[in-house]
Each structure stands twice: as C-alpha cells, then as structure tokens.
Ligand binder design. Structure first.
Ligand SMILES: *Cc1c(COP(=O)(O)O)cnc(C)c1O
Length: 387
C-alpha cells in the first residue's frame, strides 16, 4: 500500500505504541484487570472533561454517545433548543426529533459560532421555562468552527434547561470545564483529539444530568446510562466492551498527560494557525469566521478556479495526502484539514508542500514554497497562533 498521510478530522493518525496496545491479549471484562483499566481511563478523562463527576465509556462511535445523551435525558414531547452551526449540530437535532422531542433551532450562518446574545435573548423570552434542553456543539467539524463554550454557558445563565454538548471533535484539543461552566451531559469519542482508533464514546454526566436521567421517559436499552453507571461502579461496562480500544485509550491518555494538557491545547492551536496561514497565503479563503476558528480542523474554500474535489483527488492519488471535503451543502466547495492525532510538524509541512504541488498540477498559479514558509513562521512562533 502506498504511504499515506491522513489529515482528516477523524479518524486520525494513531501513534505506534497506541496501535501496538491493540494487539495485547484479551482479558475478562468482568475481572480485576479490567476494573483497574477502567479506573485509569476515568482518571485520565476527568481533567480533560473538566469534571469530578461520572465519565462513562460506551462501545460505539461518537454518534452512539449523542444518542445516549438524548435518549437518557429527555422524554417525548420535551421542547429542546438546538443550536446547530453545521452538519453535526443538525445530526444532534435529528436524533432528538427521532426520540420524539420537539426541536426548535436557533439559526446561525454557516462559518459562524453560536451568537451568545441571540441565545441569551431566546432563553429570556422563555418566561414559562418550557425549554427542557439546550443542544450545543463544542467544535463543528463540518465548518471548522469552534464555539466559545464558556461565553455560551454565561449566556444560558440560570435557565434550568439541561445542557447537552457534542464535544466529540474538540475535547482534548481545547479547554473544556464541564463542572465550572455548568454543562450536564458532554459527549466525546476515541477517534478524534484523543488519538485512538474509533470504538469508544465517552459520556460525562453532572448531578443535574443524573437527575434528568432518572426522570426521563424515552426508550433506551443498549445505551441506558443508568446501567452504564451501575456497572461502572463495579469497574465494568454494561456490555462486552471493545477491549482492544480500551487498551489503546489507556496508552494514548498516558502519552497525552505526559505531554501535558496545556501543551496539547497549544499544539492543536499552533497547527491550526499554521494551516490557516498557509491556506491564506496560497489563495484559499478560510471558511470559519475569525472569532470562531476551530483548533482541530481547518475548513477552506480553494483558490478561484480550483475545484475542491479535483484538489482532494490529486492530493490523494499523486501525493498520498488525505484531506476531507465538505458535507451536505458544502460538498465540493471546501476542503478540510485536521490537526488531530499523531501529526508532526514535518507531516504538516509535507502536506502543505503537497497541496502546493497539487495546485500546480491543476494549473493554478502558485508560488512554490510560500505556503510552507507561512506555516513555518507560525510553527517557529514568529507569528502568533490565532492568525
Ligand atoms: C466525528 C464527530 C461525531 C461522531 O461521529 P461518529 O462517526 O459517530 O464517531 C460527532 N460530532 C462531531 C462534531 C464529530 O466531529
């Protein structure tokens, strides 16, 4: 197989020691070794969620975690305020509708984050306190947008609605303080910034969240968080877990904390800034607004005259560099480049060099080396991250 460089916003490149952990022998998932493993994972994840509360591990992709959040916290007929800023926010709203909730969407233009004032205003008008839940996306992977979750928490203020967050593609890459900011159910997954193969969804639940879960009436079985908690207390998962992915997560979390939580945040921010700088230099326009850039994925519109799908194809076939395209209405219009996983500075610079070559192949006017130079300035710290 040709050597490839995967720079997707999930799944992401996984470091060799993490991959090797997947080859360890099976253990009894109802035995003491698994209990010890689960305890390590809980200890490793709590500071990343910013919680002292329960963190549950489900055998599923991220969407299963989102379904678990909705199915456990709400009842058919509940009014939810969904705040989508792209395809993943819409998916969460769809899940809620599927479980019988009445979903109102707070509109945000594509490329922007949720307007805190608009959210505050909408909640202020809810004088009868009819809104039971607020659905938010920490990092919208389809548009390369990151919401300011601290400011949004302040905008929600003392409204009693349960706050559910899809943090799948942001958690671990940028600060999240679940307890301090007052979020109730927060969902992440193994295959994004935690740099593990797919297979585990993590769901963190606040005390208020548990209260809602006890009273909710939606149907749930496999993803019943009450069962998940009951088993977690015994050092187990409710059902047979993907044990190999649990091993991988343990190794990845060890590496994560050895690097340091702040160093992880800084690395993702620096990489995203370097990519944006390179893209702008090469004539792309960054899709996210300047106050809402994601640190885990950069979405950009190719230079005039360059077809996004042709660029992705040339990159993949000629240079072994795999980026993503747009989803939904953005299909064929943007490219997306991820910063997550086992990605080195030289990987980034190599990929940017390949983008220059692909642009040249497609007949675009490109000054070779200019994108690499722009990214290098950021990586060297000569240009502040956040450009
Ligand atoms: C990747 C992702 C998900 C989960 O997708 P799965 O394919 O189910 O793992 C959910 N939300 C966001 C924002 C994501 O980036």
């Amino acid at each position: 197989m040709k050597k490839t460089l995967l720079l997707l916003p999930g799944p992401v490149p996984v470091a060799q020691p993490v991959l090797e952990a997947m080859a360890w022998p099976m253990i009894n998932h109802r035995g003491p070794e698994f209990a010890e493993l689960l305890a390590r994972l809980e200890r490793g994840m709590r500071p990343i969620f910013g919680t002292e509360g329960d963190v549950l591990f489900l055998g599923s992709s991220g969407t299963g975690g989102l379904e678990a959040a909705v199915a456990n916290a709400f009842s058919p007929g509940d009014l939810l305020l969904s705040c989508p800023v792209g395809a993943f926010g819409k998916r969460l709203a769809d899940i809620a509708r599927t479980f019988g909730c009445t979903v109102e969407e707070l509109d945000t233009p594509l490329g922007a984050g949720v307007d805190a004032d608009a959210l505050r205003e909408r909640l202020k008008r809810d004088t009868a306190r009819e809104i039971r839940g607020i659905l938010l996306t920490q990092n919208e992977t389809s548009t390369g947008v990151q919401n300011d979750m601290e400011t949004l928490a302040r905008a929600i203020g003392d409204h009693p609605a349960l706050r559910v967050v899809d943090a799948v593609s942001g958690l671990g890459a940028t600060r999240f303080e679940m307890d301090a900011w007052g979020y109730d159910i927060v969902v992440s997954a193994s295959q994004k910034a935690l740099a593990v193969p797919p297979g585990i969804a993590m769901v963190a639940v606040s005390d208020r969240g548990w209260d809602a879960i006890e009273h909710a009436k939606a149907h749930r079985y496999y993803f019943d968080l009450r069962k998940a908690r009951e088993f977690a207390r015994k050092g187990q998962t409710a059902w047979t877990p993907p044990i190999s992915v649990f091993y991988a997560l343990a190794v990845s979390l060890e590496r994560y904390h050895a690097e340091g939580i702040d160093a992880n945040f800084a690395r993702h921010a620096r990489y995203a800034s370097a990519i944006r700088s390179a893209f702008e230099t090469l004539g792309f326009s960054i899709f996210s607004r300047s106050d809402a850039h994601s640190v885990t994925v950069v979405a950009a519109v190719p230079p005039h005259g360059v077809d996004a799908s042709a660029l992705l194809k040339t990159l993949r076939e000629s240079y072994g560099v795999v980026l993503s395209g747009g989803q939904g209405e953005l299909t064929g219009k943007i490219v997306r480049m991820g910063t997550m996983g086992d990605v080195s500075e030289s990987d980034l610079l190599g990929a940017i060099g390949a983008i220059e070559l692909a642009l040249a192949d497609l007949g675009a006017a490109v000054s070779l080396g200019m994108g690499v130079a722009a990214a290098s300035q950021v990586l060297l710290g000569r240009v502040a991250a956040g450009v």
